[in-house]
Design a protein around this ligand. Structure first.
Ligand SMILES: [Zn+2]
Ligand SMILES: [Zn+2]
Length: 157
């Protein structure tokens, strides 16, 4: 029979394994998935994982600075790419893309000329991805796609 210490230890290891899996999944996609998509992926690797656990681990990873969270209204997308980069959120399919625009350090300085001390900035692009531009008709139902969560409103947080 396991003693409490062993149980806690095993629990800790399991959490670590889940976090490791989440990190690995995020580091191998540039699709900025939502938690549900991540959960589906984790479930293929580790049995008996709950969506709640995945959410909890995502928020721990966010606190540890190991994943970046992109907030669009009430929706969250996750990014394992920690380098400074900008995103375009497609209003048609809800996908979030990395854009290759270089990080604009100069923007901070420009605002500092107004007397502020700037520590960071956020810049989001909205529009339509090449696929959505070509399909010509409005997206059927936002949020139906595999990784698509509807994008509504401006990001917060
Ligand atoms: Zn699109
Ligand atoms: Zn990104």
């Amino acid at each position: 029979m396991e003693n409490l210490g062993q149980t806690l230890h095993a629990g800790g290891l399991r959490l670590t394994r889940q976090r490791q899996a989440i990190l690995d999944i995020l580091q191998h996609t540039d699709e900025h998935p939502d938690a549900t998509w991540i959960y589906e992926q984790v479930r293929q690797r580790i049995a008996h994982v709950s969506l709640g656990t995945v959410y909890r681990n995502l928020s721990i990873l966010e606190d540890q600075g190991l994943v970046r969270v992109l907030r669009y209204g009430r929706f969250r997308r996750y990014d394992g790419n920690l380098s400074r980069h900008y995103h375009l959120a497609c209003l048609g399919c809800g996908a979030v893309y990395d854009v290759s625009l270089a990080w604009q350090d100069g923007l901070n300085q420009q605002v500092e000329q107004e007397g502020y001390r700037v520590t960071d900035h956020r810049l989001e692009f909205y529009g339509y991805c090449p696929t959505c531009q070509h399909c010509g008709e409005p997206a059927v139902s936002l949020g139906e796609g595999r990784k698509a969560t509807p994008i509504d409103g401006v990001p917060e947080g």
